[in-house]
Design a protein around this ligand. Structure first.
Ligand SMILES: Nc1ncnc2c1ncn2[C@@H]1O[C@H](COP(=O)(O)OP(=O)(O)OP(=O)(O)O)[C@@H](O)[C@H]1O
Length: 642
């Protein structure tokens, strides 16, 4: 049955829909309803879905090998050259003892290994290219999913960034997401928060299914998953893999997973097994899961009847356990299976197949039956920049608004800071201008110091960016843009509240407020962007405070008040021209007080208009410079190391 037939069958006998959009929505609704009991069926017998199945890709690899170098041990082989051929739409389990190189192999296959390795990977017999991460998905072992997202929002986020639709109606999108939620047994919790240690959310088994559903929702050709079932009960683990099998069979997706101790029912869901032994990592079996029993029996290690064969395989191939035959099996593999595998890989390459771009065209044609799609783009990200920004912005605003305790804390801190400083400088407006300078300084400093608290938050978000950008969901610049806009709004709002409270208590004339606020705002923006650079550079939140200190001290000390042009050691004069606070304080004072001989004598302030213009452009330049630095650092530093 072709996809077009499927549409025709669904449409026949239904009341005529007034528009194509309604008609499509009705089809999807019926599909969702029909698929409600999908997990109670025999998932191995589920047919490929002619209307939505996008999967058509085999995965081949040749001589993938990884070694590490250390001063003490020299070169150490982690995984000996390994090859393999996984058929399109197959469920592949990679198993082996701890440290044998399973994750290493998975990362190399997924294109995620950041350390140098050798060997080649082929999608459909074609060497992987710049679109590889767009047609594959990687589900890491410990994916960080924001706590205040609901289950359906988390899955829909991936759908929006992976499925390039033109004006898809919200209802149609919701239904397509529900279809995937259904496969993963998540429909009943679709509106629940994911949660974390502080917020009660869904169970850990459900969390794992959410991360897997996110991997499958975009119609990837191959989904890689690293130990998605570890730490789960046997029942939960089975539910996870049954869900994957249901999605994989109907979508034609190739699924490659590192898995520990699958129970028999789970093992039966896999088509292919790659078994690796350790010290060093070497493949000992690489073929059909169903043939593994015979292979082991032929080598004199028949699994005991009635027991879990995979447990037995692991016992046999793990070195240093009683009865281990790891060396025998490693040798036997090279003699018996390796030539067959090499031939299969060779055949796969010789047969060739569609490139990632051609596959994307096919996928667009399939999707075109359910909704209108954009012209296929030859870029690593699936959707245009504006869609990336709007999707990220929607998530950011939703999460910010939901984290009420964080918002409350920010507002309370802004009010408290304003009150504490306001009371300390109560009625300072009626004292001498020279005495008021310390109040102005405090106003600037509070904005800067209070803003340091955003660094840990930025670092936590950085990790989410890193995972998501490494999966080519969006560009770093889209994330930085969204983050900057939201941080800007929150920072400006919080600072405004503090400044207004302080100012109200100071007794200073409101006619000065405009000048004062403008320059304190400029200084605040430079400082905020400086902290952004620190948050992009520092490995951890606690190190961020240490990294921020030298710059912060420089800006605070050389502020044209503690140290001014009248007192600075001449070799440090440059610091006054770098510190945003020095420019801001000088501009505030020269702007709100007429030329004052005492101030000029004490601090050597420059009252000329050209100095004001210079101040504006220096602060603007620093603001932009730090913003660019933060973008570059976020892109190139603190990447996930694999
Ligand atoms: N980039 C790297 N730098 C240094 N060592 C590495 C690197 N990548 C992997 N290793 C080492 O290679 C070995 C195999 O790691 P890998 O994570 O692949 O094992 P594994 O089979 O998945 O183990 P487990 O089942 O315990 O997760 C480990 O000793 C690991 O420390």
């Amino acid at each position: 049955m072709t996809a077009a037939d499927a549409v025709a069958i669904e449409v026949d006998g239904a009341p005529s829909a007034s528009t194509a959009e309604e008609e499509r929505t009705r089809i999807i609704k019926r599909r969702v309803a029909n698929a409600r009991d999908v997990l109670t069926r025999d998932v191995t017998q589920l047919p490929r879905d002619p209307l939505t199945a996008c999967g058509q890709s085999s995965l081949g690899f040749r001589d993938l090998s990884f070694s590490i170098r250390s001063k003490e041990l020299g070169e150490k082989l982690i995984l000996a050259p390994s090859s393999g051929a996984y058929k399109a739409g197959s469920m592949v389990a990679i198993m082996g003892p701890s440290g044998c190189g399973k994750t290493t192999l998975l990362d190399m296959l997924a294109g995620k290994k950041t350390t140098k390795y050798s060997g080649e990977v082929f999608l459909n017999g074609t060497k992987r290219d710049h679109l590889y991460s767009r047609v594959t998905s990687y589900v890491p072992h410990n994916e960080i999913v924001p706590a205040y997202w609901t289950v359906s929002e988390a899955v829909e986020f991936n759908h929006r960034l992976r499925v390039d639709a033109v004006d898809m109606s919200p209802e149609c999108r919701k239904l397509l997401v529900e279809e995937i939620l259904n496969f993963f047994g998540l429909l009943s919790v679709k509106n629940q928060l994911i949660g974390d240690e502080r917020t009660r959310g869904i169970s850990s088994g459900q969390k794992r299914r959410v991360t897997l559903a996110r991997g499958f929702v975009g119609g990837s050709q191959v989904v890689f998953a690293d130990e998605p079932t570890s730490g789960l009960s046997a029942t939960d683990a089975e539910l996870c893999i049954r869900s994957v099998a249901a999605a994989s069979r109907t979508q034609g997706t190739t699924f490659v997973v590192v898995i520990h101790q699958p129970r028999m029912e789970v093992a039966a869901l896999f088509d292919h097994l790659t078994l690796i032994t350790s010290n060093p990592g070497r493949v000992v079996y690489n073929g059909a899961f169903a043939d593994a029993n015979k292979y082991f029996s032929d080598l004199g290690c028949a699994p005991p009847k009635g027991g879990n064969a995979t447990d037995y395989f692991m016992d046999v191939i793990t070195p240093d356990v009683p009865g281990s035959k790891s060396e025998t099996f490693a040798k036997a593999y090279l003699e018996r299976q390796a030539p067959v595998v090499e031939r299969d890989v060779g055949d796969m390459i010789a047969a060739g197949g569609k490139s990632a771009l051609e596959i994307l065209h096919d996928v667009a044609a399939i999707r075109g039956k359910l909704f209108k799609t954009h012209k296929v783009r030859d870029t690593p990200c699936s959707v245009p920049f504006q869609t990336q920004v709007s999707t990220l912005m929607m998530r950011r605003l939703t999460l910010t608004a939901r984290d009420k305790s964080h918002l409350r804390l920010r507002v309370m801190m802004s009010i408290l800071q304003g009150l504490v400083i306001g009371v300390a400088f109560l009625d300072i407006g009626n004292k001498l201008p020279a005495q008021q300078v310390s109040f102005l300084f405090m106003m600037l400093q509070m904005g800067a110091v209070a803003n340091m608290i955003v660094m840990p938050e930025m670092i936590a978000q950085r990790m989410v960016f890193k995972f998501e950008t490494s999966d080519a969901m969006y560009e770093t610049s889209a994330a930085v843009l969204v983050d900057s806009v939201v941080q800007f709004a929150l920072t400006v709002l919080g600072n405004f509240v503090t400044v207004v409270i302080m100012y109200s208590l100071s007794g200073l004339s409101w006619s000065m407020f405009g000048t004062l606020y403008f320059w304190s705002f400029m200084s605040l923006m430079v400082m905020t962007n400086y902290f952004k650079v620190v948050a992009a550079v520092a490995p951890t939140p606690s190190q961020a405070f240490q990294v921020a200190m030298p710059g912060l001290m420089l800006f605070i000390l050389f502020n044209n008040f503690f140290v001014s042009r009248a007192t600075v050691p001449i070799f440090m004069i440059w610091a006054l021209y770098v510190s945003p606070m020095a420019w801001a304080i000088e501009q505030i004072i020269t702007g709100i007080y007429p030329e004052n001989p005492t101030l000029v004598e004490l601090y050597d302030y420059d009252y000329s208009d050209t100095h004001t213009v210079a101040a504006f452009f220096v602060l603007l330049f620093e603001m932009v410079l730090f913003q660019i630095f933060s973008l570059v650092c976020l892109r190139y530093l603190n990447n996930i190391k694999r």
